[in-house]
Design a protein around this ligand. Structure first.
Ligand code: GLU
Length: 400
């Protein structure tokens, strides 16, 4: 069963059990939306930020580590531009973010410093997590900050973002951050108290959903129906964040930031908001990165034997390659296509496209003679390969 509604005792028990595990979380990402920071008015609310800082410092004192993903740079910067009208272009939004980010940080700094805790700013774009080296750098820096007891305050680097390189909303950013730091809990503080099966502001009979065991197309459809309800991303991006968090084995709680102590309540052990469960057996971090990585410009075409081998969990060898398209570097992330032209797997390739075209169809014994150097036997090692299709979906006759 993918969703659960309050009702029979039978339905309450999994919910209570799931919440007992939420309380165990050690590494937590808290996402704070603009509406909460501004309370709907102009400028930020220092008292509200101070209250959240107190809650977070209490979690830290209990041995937990917390990363904050915050919006509010644009909201804080908008009045500073003195335009007296809504922001009209992406450039104006970026200018507002640049002006407001410092103000936003000052509020967090003041709130945490009073409690004897230091904060650290981290600004990220999608490009930073799609590029392997930058991903590793961001991950190591955030983990180091956590080990040292600081509270990283993360936002999208709005000033440099472009259409292709943006997260676009902080729900998505927060799920990426949860993935980066191996968080076991992501808390989305929002201006809605959880997931409903239809828009509760339009439909008085909308049913509240306290537990989502798996994000199914049915759940996605519910979110679609309430897409314009909240914040920048709406419910759709919250569900997307839940799906991504689940892939990292991370639970997600969507709850209202307008509650008295919204963060502490999550740790009080009683259901609050909607709880989305994480996958029991998440992919290892390296494979999760491959799932999200930017693609190199090209593809590798496989024969039937190699397609089956990959789906059985083996590495890709040159002898099963029938062709190479496009141009990519060694270390690029590329798709492997089955003989029917459909995508089969995605992985980090050990040869550039030129060399790969030369060794396609050959045995590794021949590599040195062809290339002039002794490369690795595997074109893509199974540890660097993520399947995007299942064995049973190969057309008949393809499977050996
Ligand atoms: N990065 C934006 C800001 O700080 C907010 C994006 C969002 O709320 O999703 O203003």
């Amino acid at each position: 069963m993918a969703l659960n509604a309050f009702g029979s005792d039978e339905q309450k028990e999994p919910l209570q059990a799931a919440w007992r595990e939420v309380v165990q979380a050690r590494r937590v990402v808290v996402k704070i939306g603009s509406n909460l920071l501004t309370g709907g008015g102009e400028g930020l609310r220092p008292d509200w930020i101070a209250a959240r800082a107190r809650e977070i410092v209490r979690l830290q004192a209990a041995g937990r580590r917390v990363v904050v993903v915050t919006s509010g740079a644009v909201a804080a910067g908008r009045p500073l531009l003195k335009l007296n009208r809504p922001l009209a272009s992406l450039q104006e939004k970026q200018a507002a973010a640049a002006a407001g980010q410092g103000v936003l940080m000052r509020h967090y700094e003041e709130a945490f410093e009073t409690l004897g805790v230091h904060v650290a700013q981290a600004l990220l774009t999608r490009g930073d997590v799609e590029d392997r080296q930058r991903y590793l750098n961001a991950r190591d820096t955030l983990k180091t900050l956590l080990e040292l007891g600081l509270v990283p305050i993360v936002n999208e680097n709005d000033t440099v973002m472009t259409e292709q390189l943006k997260f676009g909303d902080n729900d998505t950013l927060s799920a990426n951050v949860a993935d980066l730091v191996d968080a076991d809990l992501l808390i989305l503080l929002s201006d809605i108290d959880g997931l409903y099966d239809s828009n509760p502001r339009l439909n008085p009979d909308a049913r509240f959903i306290p537990l989502v065991e798996r994000v199914t197309p049915e759940i996605e459809a519910m979110a679609g129906g309430v897409g314009s309800l909240v914040g920048k991303g709406g419910m759709t991006t919250k569900i997307k964040a839940a799906r991504m968090a689940a892939r990292s084995g991370c639970r997600m709680v969507l709850t209202s930031g307008f509650r008295e102590d919204p963060i502490s309540e999550v740790f009080a052990g009683q259901p609050v908001g909607t709880l989305f469960l994480g996958m029991e057996n998440p992919l290892p971090a390296r494979k999760r990165w491959i799932v999200n990585a930017r693609l190199g410009r090209g593809e590798i075409l496989l024969d039937a034997g190699a397609s089956t081998a990959l789906l059985q969990g083996r590495s890709l060898l040159a002898k099963g390659i029938t062709g190479v398209t496009g141009e990519f570097e060694r270390g690029a992330v590329v798709y492997c296509l089955a003989p029917d032209g459909q995508q089969l797997a995605k992985g980090i390739v050990n040869y550039n496209s030129g060399d790969l075209a030369c060794i396609a169809g050959r045995h590794s014994r021949q590599f040195e003679g062809i290339l002039g150097y002794l490369g690795t036997e595997e074109v893509i090692h199974r540890d660097n390969l993520v399947l995007t299709r299942e064995l049973r979906t190969l057309p008949t006759g393809t499977q050996e």
